[in-house]
Design a binder for this molecule. Sequence first.
Ligand code: GDP
Ligand code: K
Ligand code: MG
Length: 300
Amino acid sequence: MSSSEAVSRCGYVAIVGRPNVGKSTLLNHVLQQKISITSRKPQTTRHNMLGIKTEGPNQIIFVDTPGMHLNHSKAINRYMNRSANTAVKDVDAVIFVVDKLHWTEEDEMVIKRLENNASPVILAINKVDELDDKEALLPHLQALNERVNVAEVVPISALRGHNLDRLEEIVVSYLPEGQHFFPEDQITDRSSRFIAAEMVREKITRQLGDELPYQMNVEIEEFSYEGNCLHISALILVESKGQKKILIGDKGAKIKQIGQAARVDMENLFESKVMLKLWVKVKSGWSDDERALRSLGYDD
Ligand code: GDP
Ligand code: K
Ligand code: MG
């Protein structure tokens, strides 16, 4: 059989794991496009998001998920747990990402979710670039193996791209034969406006560290081309006047930095010159109010 007659495969693969193990970094590296935002902070990814990779006869549809959170008292954490839970149902395989030796209660939560799941679990041990002694992984692996029914184990570095080809090969072997679900040039199910808003949120999350809690939302008010230039206007909603002040910074220095960094990412992804305007507005109490969450588009 010549390669042009190779069987076509297509399927869904959920990327799960506790916050900060490197799920979104993994997705971006595999797609070679930054569509999912990443940072050192746990609540960076809030929604399930598809990352679609079509290569030759294979189409892998990755589902990036928010990490599972222990704190259920806030509506947004409950929402994020629900998203991660639904993602592992009806997929052809699960990539369970763990951080080499750093094991927490939140990893335990993910294991509990996977215990009764039918899909094969591919255990991806991430951040091995930070590991000097590879032998140290062995007792950790043994303990894991007793808990989850792991089909495959792959040590990777999502950041450096180490062993990701191997991971992809394994993933493809679990995909059913069938027609592709998406056109081959489509990389995500999310709109350009959504990703633009996420890029602004990433820069805020990264540049403000712990000064600004995650009860912050970004809405795109304008997204239109004028000639060759993409004009984007984003409204940042924060919870208090104090937060607004921090976000704007001394003489507007902070918000300017955030805008410049977001614009660079937007120009890369949209392959266009971008004019970005940012506005900050106070809106109090939304993260504890499910209805307010819905009105902001968090009901998928
Ligand atoms: P998520 O919450 O699981 O989606 O994690 P992120 O993708 O947002 O990554 C969390 C942090 O871990 C970020 O600071 C990443 O740069 C970092 N990170 C992700 N993968 C690796 C890796 O392979 N090696 C190292 N050293 N850091 C990584
Ligand atoms: K993160
Ligand atoms: Mg993430």
